[in-house]
Design a protein around this ligand. Sequence first.
Ligand SMILES: Nc1ncnc2c1ncn2[C@@H]1O[C@H](COP(=O)(O)OP(=O)(O)O)[C@@H](O)[C@H]1O
Ligand SMILES: [Mg+2]
Length: 328
Amino acid sequence: MLVVGPNGAGKTNLLESLHVGTQGFSPRTRADAQLIRFGAEAARVVMHGMRGAVAVETEVVLQRSGGKEARMNGARVERPERLRSELATLVFTPDRLAVVKGGPAVRRAYFDRALGRLLPAQAGVPAAYGEALGQRNAALRRVGLGLSTRDAVTPWSEQVVELGTELVVSRRRVLDLLGPGFAERAGELGLEDVSLDYRGEPLSTSALEARLDRDLDRGSTGLGPHLDEIAIVSGSRDVRSFGSQGEQRLAVLSLLLAESDLIAESRPSPPLLLLDDVLSELDPGRREILAARVAGRGQTVITSTSRQALPADPAQVIEVTPGRAWAA
Ligand SMILES: Nc1ncnc2c1ncn2[C@@H]1O[C@H](COP(=O)(O)OP(=O)(O)O)[C@@H](O)[C@H]1O
Ligand SMILES: [Mg+2]
C-alpha cells in the first residue's frame, strides 16, 4: 500500500497510528500524550485485519490523563504493549538510522527488541538482567556509604553473571538467526559482505570479583552485556564509522527485511511492514529491488510525497491531506 501526500499532510501520523493499533505503543515516543490530537482528551485507533486466515480486530484508547487500554477481538489486553506478542509490526523511519549511526546502547536496545520478537521464550531476559544489574549497583553504593559489607554484593554478582550469560547467549542466537538474511538482503541492495559481530568481554564470577574494588569506587558495574557492542560490519569495516549515509540506510533496511522473513516463517502471518520516507532516499534501481522484495508477502505500507516514486503497482494507494486520508 502506498500512502502519498505533501509534506506535513499526516503520512507519518497515519503510519504511527498503525503501529499504535497493532503494538500498543509508538515507535517514536514513550510519551503517549503526544499521540493525542492537540486539544483533544483522548485518541482511539481501531483496526480490522487478518492473521493468516483468521480475522482480528484491535482497539487502543489513549487518555490525556495517562490511561491506556487495548482490546483484541473484544477482550481486554492486560498491558497494551502486550499486543506485540500477538501481532508483529516492523517499522523503518529515518530516525531508525540511529541503529547504525548511534552509539552501542542504541544497537543493544534494537537487538534486544528483536530478541523479544524472535525468541519469545527469552523475551524477558534483557529486563531481568537490567534489574539484577540495578540491584548490584545499589548494593555497591550501599557498601560505599558504609551501610553494608562487601559480602552483600556477592548474591547480586551471581545474578548478574547468570542472567548476563543468558543474555549474551540469546543475543548471539538472534545474530545467528538474522545474520544470513541480513547479508542476503544487503547484497541484493548492493551492500557487499556484511555481517553482525558480537563484541564483549567474557563475564564470570571471578572476572566480576577481580574488579570489585573498581566497581565499588565507581558505584557501578564495569563489566557485562550492558556494555557489549553489536557491530554492523561491511567487509572488515564498521558501517557505523565508514559507511556512507546511503549504505547506513541500506543496512537498517536489510536488517528489517531479514527480521521480517524470520517472523514470516515462525508466526501465523508475516509482519506488517511500515516504511516511512524510504523511497526518496534510494536510487531507482534500489527502489525496484525493494518493491520486488515486499511485493506479495504480507502487507507493507510505504509513504512517499510522490506517486511515481514506487516503481511498481501498489495494491492500494491512500492519499493524505491534512486531517484526511482516503483510498485513491
Ligand atoms: N498531536 C497532534 N495533534 C495534531 N496535529 C499534530 C500532532 N502532532 C503532530 N501534528 C501535526 O501533524 C503534522 C505532521 O504530520 P506528519 O505525519 O509528520 O506529516 P508527513 O505527511 O510529512 O509525514 C504537522 O503539521 C504537525 O503539526
Ligand atoms: Mg513524514
